[in-house]
Write a protein that binds this ligand. Structure first.
Ligand SMILES: Nc1ncnc2c1ncn2[C@@H]1O[C@H](COP(=O)(O)OP(=O)(O)OP(=O)(O)O)[C@@H](O)[C@H]1O
Length: 775
């Protein structure tokens, strides 16, 4: 370690006694501190608001806050893209609170992708206006899935500032907009917080919900201004513009003060004398290592959040940290907590408060706390396993160092035993020197646009001008042909009996929830969505809730129940799944000599076939078989086949085939957004050296979205552009044998194995050559 920082001092305890040659630290860097730059408060901010801020410790405004607030106040849609904890909330509160104070009927709508963030922002606004009668009429109120029906009714009438999410806006507000007429009529501002989160299918849905919102507000006589906020969005003005369908400006220069941030990359060591599946050596798990760091930091008095990738990881990390503290510092054991979605709303609020108050010193959490929640006073963040995107990593890192006195912080990324994590901790530039990913949405996608057109027509008949402004004429005509939409002289109406809102799941999930119940007390422990139930609460699964361990006895999908009893075995469980793909119909197929490229309908079937029981040391105890029902996604895929002969001629023999096709498939998924404006998380892939439906080596790239989403179709129509770009990306990547920038995938179900980078280049070149030769 070169010199001492807050972060290195904090790490010292965990590194004590480690031989420097065997140090788990693979990289350490320090992002220096920086002073604030201040501006004058805009002249339109009323004194009452200035006083309220002063009482909350905010005497002066940072330059970017004044600029962003001024843009919004003047009615320009604005994207504020400055670092985490740079006071983006104040930038949007200023114009909203000023306007709502002076124009008593005006209203504002705040949208967050998570309920936790919405709750946090209400708390922030409420504390600013608390005890100030001038703001008494505002009554900021949450309106989401956790809100009681009576409060909902009250909020519609009395609240001037509603905090909700795009899901509720779609299903609970726009669908009943007549009840909200007063609110919409006076709507002045819409905040879209953490707008980088709206990407892929969810982003496209939200983009259409935003268009519907603006349309309904304007029909009611309002002309609201949209304020977008995010610390990690690429091209913010364009991204917000795409999301709302109207031009926006951006404020990106960050003038907030910054503490010194130490970033450490950490690779757990191998465990002596322990073997895993197939006798492979086992590294100390990221969870166990993170729990150790969490306990160490808490002993040092550092308030720490530890992000784990799964709900289970969260529970285990908290449990292990408590176990460690029970020996070394028992008085601190109760200061460790766990936080994740799936807890009941009340429990979540209590936990958020306990973290804010410092009652809890160390908290393991899923990414539910990643977005925006302003918990000041956190000193350290442990990121247990790469969260999948650079944007997520920085969001998680940004939870620490929000205290204004020094703001120094430590961020540790603990690698999982996974090639992608391993690569990143050894190639820090791929993580720390890389810009955040662009958010990709495609609201013109007919599969998404169609259902929203129906909703829009149900909300208020659509005019021809509106249909054209949304570029939706062909989709509208298709819907009319199907009898879902009716064209009359006065506009486009939804057909009688069609109720489109409930048909849309804007997060694209499989839908439905399973309740997890403790059969000994009949207490509901939490929920899990149906799509994930089979892999997490299957019979025999160890389920952990708030550090208490349960064993699942029965999973009843029909009734949406998982029945469990308290038990504390020595092992954890992890499901094993298989994925199959079968072609149900060929929509279009083209032959190019030994190459066939097709657009097909497929059934992708996932099945949980068993689970591993793994001791806490990482040692695999046994594999238990399960007979679980299959889950099938009916979707569409672009696929290609090559003959074994042409592959062999190009040097890809049977032994290299699986790794070459697998690597080519991963890279192609990574590059599909180039031609299909989707997101790699919206698509899936399967590669096989012999597929039963084709009898040939085959690669599929499918829409991970029931009914398809149009992405694969675009891959099919722009096949050559897509494949050439993929080939260039892989061939020009400076790594030796494959990395996350080329053939590794952050969401590979087979642990990125096998992968043959050179083989992938050969396959991709072959595709391009054959395509051109026979076109
Ligand atoms: N001008 C200011 N002077 C002093 N403190 C401020 C100022 N503006 C904001 N703060 C404080 O800075 C902290 C972070 O602000 P805020 O939560 O708005 O950041 P953010 O940019 O929204 O962060 P994130 O990206 O994580 O959501 C808050 O506690 C807030 O009270």
């Amino acid at each position: 370690m070169q010199y001492s920082t807050f972060g290195t001092d904090l790490l010292a305890r965990s590194l004590a006694g480690t031989d420097p040659d065997e140090s788990p630290l693979t990289h350490l860097s320090v992002i220096p501190s920086r002073p604030a730059s201040f501006a004058e408060w805009p002249e339109w901010v009323p004194t009452a608001l200035l006083d309220a801020y002063a009482d909350n410790g905010i005497e002066r405004v940072w330059t970017h806050q004044a600029r962003a607030a001024d843009e919004a106040f003047r009615g320009n849609h604005v994207a504020i893209c400055t670092g985490t904890a740079s006071g983006k909330s104040l930038s949007y509160q200023m114009p909203i609170l000023s306007t709502l104070l002076n124009e008593k009927n005006s209203t504002a709508l705040y949208l967050a992708p998570t309920k936790a963030l919405g709750a946090d922002q209400i708390r922030a606004v409420s504390s600013i206006i608390a005890g100030r009668p001038e703001f008494g009429h505002l009554q900021p109120c949450a309106y989401d899935g956790d809100t009681d029906p009576e409060i909902r009714q009250w909020a519609r009438v009395h609240s001037r500032w509603i905090f909700t999410n795009p899901d509720m806006l779609h299903i609970g507000i726009l669908s009943h907009h007549a009840r909200w007429r007063q609110f919409f009529r006076h709507l002045r501002f819409i905040v879209v917080d953490e707008c980088h989160h709206y990407r892929g299918v969810f982003g496209s849905h939200t983009a259409l919900v935003m268009r519907r919102l603006l349309r309904i507000a304007r029909a009611a006589g309002a002309n609201p201004t949209v304020i977008g906020a995010s610390a990690t969005v690429a091209q913010p003005a364009e991204a917000l513009g795409r999301l709302i369908g109207e031009p926006a400006v951006a404020v990106t220069e960050d003038s907030s003060p910054r503490g010194e941030r130490t970033v450490a990359l950490w690779e757990p060591d191998f465990l002596p004398a322990v073997t895993g599946e197939n006798g492979a050596p086992v590294r100390r798990s990221a969870g166990a290592e993170s729990a150790r760091l969490l306990a160490d930091f808490v002993v040092e008095g550092a308030r720490t959040l530890c992000f784990a990738r799964s709900r289970r990881g969260v529970e285990l990390t908290a449990l292990s940290a408590r176990n460690l503290l029970s020996q070394s510092a028992p008085e601190l054991e109760s200061r460790i907590g766990a936080y994740r979605a799936g807890y009941l709303a009340d429990d979540r609020r209590k936990l958020e408060k306990a973290i804010s108050d410092g009652e809890l010193l160390g908290v393991a959490t899923t990414n539910a706390l990643e977005l925006g929640v302003d918990i000041s006073g956190l000193d350290a963040v442990i990121v247990s396993g790469y969260p999948g995107t650079v944007a997520s990593f920085w969001q998680q890192a940004g939870r620490a160092g929000r205290q204004r006195e020094s703001g120094d912080s430590l961020v540790v990324l603990v690698a999982r035993d996974d090639p992608l994590d391993t690569f990143l901790v050894h190639h820090p530039d791929s993580l720390l020197g890389k810009p955040v990913e662009a958010t990709v949405t495609d609201p013109a996608n007919p599969y998404i646009l169609g259902p929203h057109l129906l909703c829009a027509a149900a909300e208020k008949p659509l005019s021809d001008t509106e249909i054209d402004a949304w570029d939706a004429r062909p989709v509208a005509e298709d819907l009319a042909t199907e009898g879902l939409l009716r064209r009359r002289k006065s506009g486009w109406y939804v057909a009688a009996g069609v109720e489109p809102h409930a048909e849309i799941d804007i997060r694209g999930g499989i839908g439905g929830q399973v309740l997890i119940v403790d059969t000994t007390t009949s207490q509901v422990l939490g929920t899990v969505d149906t799509g994930r139930a089979m892999s997490t609460v299957h019979p025999g699964a160890v389920h952990i809730h708030q550090g208490e361990t349960y064993l699942v006895d029965e999973l009843d999908l029909d009734d949406g129940l998982a029945l469990a009893h308290p038990e504390d075995p020595d092992w954890t469980t992890s499901a094993r799944e298989t994925t199959d793909i079968s072609i149900t119909s060929v929509i279009e197929s083209r032959e190019f000599g030994p190459l066939t490229v097709a657009f097909v309908e497929v059934d992708v079937t996932h099945q949980v076939v068993g689970y591993l029981r793994t001791l806490r040391t990482g040692e695999v105890l046994d594999a238990v078989e399960l007979d679980m029902p299959e889950q099938t996604l009916h979707t569409r895929a672009v696929m290609y086949t090559l003959t074994p002969e042409v592959l062999a001629e190009a040097g890809i023999d049977d032994t290299r085939l699986p790794g070459s096709l697998h690597a080519a498939e991963h890279a192609a998924i990574g590059l599909l957004p180039l031609v299909a404006t989707c997101d790699r998380w919206d698509i899936g892939g399967v590669s096989t050296d012999l597929h039963p439906d084709t009898g040939l080596p085959t690669v599929f790239v499918y829409d991970g979205y029931m009914g398809g989403a149009g992405f694969a179709e675009r891959g099919h129509s722009a096949f050559l552009t897509w494949i050439n770009a993929t080939r260039d990306a892989v061939a020009s990547c400076g790594c030796e044998s494959g990395c996350p920038s080329c053939v590794q995938s952050p969401k590979c179900g087979n642990g990125n194995d096998p992968l043959d980078k050179d083989g992938a280049v050969t396959v991709l070149e072959l595709l391009s050559r054959q395509y051109l030769a026979h076109a």
